[in-house]
Ligand binder design. Sequence first.
Ligand SMILES: Cc1cc2nc3c(=O)[nH]c(=O)nc-3n(C[C@H](O)[C@H](O)[C@H](O)COP(=O)(O)O)c2cc1C
Length: 264
Amino acid sequence: MQYSSKYIIGFAAALCLVCAICVAGLAVALKPQQELNKVLDRKEKVLQVAGLLDEGAKKPAAEIQALFEANIRSQFIDLETGARLDDAQLKERGIDPGNFDPRKYLSENGVDVEKNPAGVPEIPPVAEVYEVMRGESVSAIILPVHGKGLWSTMYGYVALADDGNTVKGLTFYEHGETPGLGGEIDNPLWKSLWPGRKIYGADGEPEIMVIKGQAGPPDVAPYEVDGLSGATITARGVGYLLQFWMGEKGFKPFIENFRKGGAS
Ligand SMILES: Cc1cc2nc3c(=O)[nH]c(=O)nc-3n(C[C@H](O)[C@H](O)[C@H](O)COP(=O)(O)O)c2cc1C
């Protein structure tokens, strides 16, 4: 049986249309689930960086949620002053704390900052941070950080001990660096080099940096972490983004309040 060219083209076009509708429909239908999964993934990372969940431990969503609720307190702060914001202040600023998307908030409310080595173009007026609770007191704080690597913006969390200076952990939940090169920022061995390092030098300014080569243990090199061979740009980017977010334009005012006991 022979089909005319018109029939074949028409058939192909109809098939394309049906497929396009199916794919678009699926994408729309799955979006809410994808968003929920992203939120859950971030909670998992927060728990990991707090040392409350082993990396690679496959826990059901309900367990992650329960662990998060039992140990972590979400806190909204004014980034410039470091002051905590209550529900009324959040409402005034049009923020729903139960439905906060930091990336969307930044894209809609970001304030330009001077060009900086971390490649951060703008900062949010309000940020969500996390407190690790031990009973009624805060045993650690977890701060969201991001900055440029070689190919991508790297998004992660840094956990600081209750002195507001000692690193408890660093982890990234999203980046597009090359697997095996810059992607080694996810390597548990490299991440294990971070706990015990100090952020602030004697002058109170962020001094932490990733160096080229080996730094040695935290008691020998409190402000330095080993570089990643073949991925100096990504590794340096990690150092720069920490310097930025621990600095005056980042979380330094909040950390200073926290050290004075104003945030616990
Ligand atoms: C395909 C390809 C992918 C690369 N990916 C990365 C990367 O993710 N991060 C990075 O810092 N360097 C990456 N590099 C290497 C950089 O171009 C650069 O050479 C390197 O950062 C220098 O680090 P080194 O001084 O330790 O060699 C990549 C290079 C190539 C060819």
